[in-house]
Design a protein around this ligand. Structure first.
Ligand code: CA
Length: 227
């Protein structure tokens, strides 16, 4: 069973999360403040943490930083705060993804599955060999992309970017991570590169590049492949 630690001070939301998660065979522990969250995170070693940022005692961002000192457990943030700065701070502190309140239970569960999958498949690039959508197919072994019976030619940079996204389906990949992985540390701030290359990928892969269905932008944060 996948062990999830839910950290949230809204008792009604905790109840709803517990019912939905247990129905899907998660083993659920809950904490209503940051101190209990840190205690349970250390004692129970959850496989994934769902963390509200607005807690009564410790700021959620500080909970993330504290957990990250000793653990790489995936952290999915619940944020009622609408500013993207808050979400960026959470991602920079080490959160893996976020869901903005109010959220649908389906969305939360999809993000949770994506976060857990990342851990269960430590090297997804080697494990997944083929990714297919209604629009295009990517063969990760042969490094080939096709649309119908037509081969799509990608530059090495476009390929690298696409590979990271499609081997992490449903998961938000931060701009910073993409820039570091594809271009290297001196380019970590060059978000304009990402915009240019993502536009190229969409032109090659999406039916309607200005309304992408698969290569999704999370404004100010990063990108996500929806398979
Ligand atoms: Ca709260």
């Amino acid at each position: 069973m996948v062990k999830v630690l839910v950290v949230e001070d809204d008792a009604q939301l905790v109840r709803a999360l517990r019912i939905n998660l247990e129905a899907r065979k998660f083993e659920v522990a809950t904490a209503s403040d940051g101190n209990n969250a840190l205690r349970l995170a250390a004692a129970r070693k959850p496989d994934v943490i769902v963390l509200d940022l607005g807690l009564p005692d410790i700021d959620g961002i500080d909970v993330i930083k504290e957990v990250r000192r000793t653990s790489g457990v995936p952290i999915l943030v619940l944020s009622a705060r609408h500013t993207s700065e808050e979400k960026i701070r959470a991602l920079d502190a080490g959160a893996d993804d976020y869901v903005t309140k109010p959220f649908s239970m389906d969305e939360l569960l999809a993000r949770l599955r994506a976060a857990v999958r990342r851990v269960e498949i430590p090297a997804p690039a080697q494990e997944i060999s083929m990714v297919s959508t209604d629009e295009f197919t990517v063969d990760l072994i042969a490094k080939k992309v096709s649309r119908g019976d037509r081969t799509v030619r990608l530059t090495p940079t476009e390929w690298h970017l696409l590979e990271i996204l499609i081997t992490n389906p449903g998961r938000l990949i931060s701009q910073r991570k993409l820039l570091l992985d594809v271009w290297g540390p001196t380019y970590a701030e060059h978000t304009n590169y990402l915009r240019v290359y993502m536009a190229q990928l969409r032109r090659k892969l999406e039916a309607d590049p200005s309304h992408p269905r698969y290569l999704i932008t999370e404004p100010g944060m990063g990108y996500r492949f929806e398979g």
